[in-house]
Write a protein that binds this ligand. Structure first.
Ligand SMILES: NC(=O)N[C@@H](CC(=O)O)C(=O)O
Ligand SMILES: [Zn+2]
Ligand SMILES: [Zn+2]
Length: 441
C-alpha cells in the first residue's frame, strides 16, 4: 500500500483542507485524512496552501510518434504534459504512419503505458491516410485495446460533406465523436496568416475567417441532421462563436474547443515574420480573442485544448513562408488560462477544472479522469501555485521541441505536483523519473 498526504491544499482554490490518497484512490478529505494516514504515508508539506485541481485532460495533443520523433516522442510529449499538470492526453492521428487502424492506435497506447507519465488515448483518423476519401477502420479502432472514441483528421479538414456525414453516422454506433479541423481547403490555398489588415500590410496570403466559419456552419447542420456528436477543434473567430451559440440553442450536440494561443495572441505577431507565430487556424484579431474569451467564460466554448504541435528546429528556424504551422503548448496552457481568465476574474478555479479536465474527459468518454475531488474518486490530481511568476524559457521546457511562441514572456502559475492514479509524476515542479531514463527520452 502506498499513501500520500497533501496537507492544507485548497480544492478548487477554496478553503485549505487535508487530502489523503491511498494507492490509486482519494481515501479521505478533511480532518479524517491525517487520522486515516498509515504510518508510512508520504507527506507533501510543501503543497500546503496551493490550489488542488483534478488532473488536467488535453483533448488535443500531437505526440508525433510514430514518424516524427525528431520533434517529439510519446515519452517526451507525455512528460511535458505531466509537467503542465495533465494526467491524460488525446494523441492526434496525424502521425506517420497515420493512426487509422487498430495496429497503430494500439502501438501509441502501448508507448503511452510504457512511458507512464499520463494516460494516452489515441485519436483515430476519420479517413484512411488522412486523405479525405475513404473512411478509416473506425470500428476496429473503437473496439481495439485503445477503445478509440475521438476521431479526427486534424491537420486536415474533412471537407467532403458526404464523408463527414458518413463519419458522423458511423461514430454513433460506438458513442464516438468527430473532432473537426474546420478549414475549407479551397478558401485557404497557400494561406499564411489571418486575412485582414495585417496580412494586407505584410503582403502575406490570407486565411479568411469564413474558411473556418463555413465549415463549422455546415458541420453543426450535418450533426443535427444525423443526430450525432460533433467537436469543433481550435475555434478561433468571433463568427465561429456565434455559430456554436446558435447550434447549441437549437439543441445540436456540439462541443467547441479554444486553444491557449487563440486566447492570448493576435495576428499582430506576424509583423515579426517569425514562424513561431505561424499556426492553423491562424492567430486572429483582438476582437476575435475577446470573443473567444467571452465564449469560454459563458460556456459557449466548452474546453481548452492545447493543440500542442511540436516541430523540429529547422521547420521554424526559417523565413515565414517556409515555416511549419503549429506551436507547443502543454507546459504553458494552465499559466495562460490563469493570466487571461482567472486573474482578470472571468473564471473561477471550478471553471478551470471544468474546461481543462471534466468536460474534455466527458467528450472523450473517459470514466477515470476529469472526476470531482471527492472520496472514492481516482487519484488524478494537479497542484498549482498561482503566485509563482515565471519567464518562459524554451530551453527549460520538457518537450523535445522549441517552438513556443511565449519565449521571454512572464506568465503566472506553476504546477508543483501531479499525481497519476495516486502516483506522483511531478514533484517540486519537476518530473519524477519512474524508471531508468528511456533511450528515447
Ligand atoms: N495546429 C497546427 O498548426 N498544426 C498541427 C495540426 C493542426 O492542429 O491542425 C500540427 O500537427 O502541426
Ligand atoms: Zn487542427
Ligand atoms: Zn492539432
Amino acid at each position: 500500500m502506498t499513501a500520500h498526504l497533501l496537507p492544507g491544499v485548497r480544492p478548487y482554490g477554496e478553503d485549505p483542507t487535508d487530502v489523503l490518497v491511498i494507492d490509486e484512490t482519494i481515501a479521505a478529505i478533511g480532518p479524517d485524512a491525517v487520522a486515516q494516514a498509515p504510518t508510512d504515508t508520504h507527506r507533501h508539506d510543501d503543497l500546503a496552501g496551493l490550489v488542488l485541481l483534478p488532473g488536467l485532460v488535453d483533448i488535443h495533443t500531437h505526440l508525433r510518434q510514430p514518424g516524427g520523433e525528431s520533434a517529439e516522442t510519446v515519452y517526451t510529449g507525455t512528460r511535458a504534459a505531466a509537467v503542465g499538470g495533465y494526467t491524460a492526453v488525446f494523441a492526434m492521428a496525424n502521425t506517420t504512419p497515420v493512426q487509422d487502424n487498430a495496429g497503430v492506435v494500439e502501438q501509441v497506447l502501448r508507448l503511452g503505458n510504457e512511458a507512464g507519465w499520463v494516460d494516452v488515448h489515441p485519436v483515430g483518423a476519420v479517413s484512411e491516410g488522412l486523405k479525405g476519401e475513404h473512411l478509416s477502420q473506425m470500428g476496429a479502432m473503437a473496439h481495439s485495446a485503445a477503445r478509440v472514441r475521438v476521431f479526427s483528421d486534424d491537420g486536415k479538414c474533412v471537407s467532403d460533406p458526404v464523408l463527414m456525414r458518413r463519419a458522423l453516422e458511423y461514430a454513433k454506433s460506438f458513442d464516438g465523436v468527430i473532432a473537426q479541423h474546420s478549414q475549407d481547403p479551397r478558401l485557404t490555398e497557400g494561406s499564411q496568416m489571418h486575412e485582414g489588415r495585417v496580412s494586407a500590410e505584410l503582403g502575406l496570403a490570407g486565411w479568411p475567417a469564413v474558411a473556418e466559419e463555413s465549415i463549422i456552419a455546415r458541420d453543426v447542420l450535418l450533426a443535427g441532421h444525423v443526430g450525432s456528436r460533433l467537436h469543433v477543434c481550435h475555434l478561433s473567430t468571433a463568427g465561429s462563436v456565434e455559430i456554436i451559440r446558435w447550434a447549441k440553442a437549437r439543441g445540436i450536440d456540439v462541443t467547441a474547443e479554444a486553444t491557449p494561443h487563440h486566447l492570448l495572441l493576435t495576428d499582430e505577431k506576424a509583423r515579426t515574420y517569425s514562424p513561431l507565430y505561424k499556426v492553423n487556424p491562424p492567430l486572429r484579431t483582438a476582437e476575435d480573442v475577446e470573443a473567444v474569451r467571452a465564449a469560454l467564460a459563458d460556456g459557449t466554448i466548452d474546453v481548452v485544448g492545447t493543440d500542442h504541435a511540436p516541430h523540429p528546429r529547422e521547420s521554424k528556424d526559417c523565413e515565414w513562408q517556409a515555416g511549419a504551422f503549429g506551436m507547443t503548448g502543454l507546459e504553458t496552457a494552465l499559466p495562460i488560462i490563469i493570466a487571461t481568465m482567472v486573474e482578470p476574474g472571468r473564471m473561477t478555479w471550478r471553471d478551470v477544472a471544468r474546461v481543462l479536465s471534466e468536460t474534455p474527459a466527458r467528450i472523450g468518454r473517459l470514466h477515470d479522469q476529469g472526476r470531482p475531488l471527492a472520496v472514492g474518486e481516482p487519484g488524478n490530481l494537479t497542484v498549482v501555485d498561482p503566485s509563482v511568476r515565471r519567464v518562459v524559457d524554451p530551453d527549460a521546457q520538457w518537450t523535445r521541441s522549441n517552438n513556443t511562441p511565449y519565449a521571454g514572456m512572464e506568465l503566472p502559475g506553476q504546477v508543483m505536483a501531479t499525481f497519476l492514479h495516486g502516483r506522483p509524476t511531478v514533484l517540486a515542479g519537476r518530473p519524477v523519473e519512474q524508471t531508468e531514463p528511456k533511450e528515447h527520452a
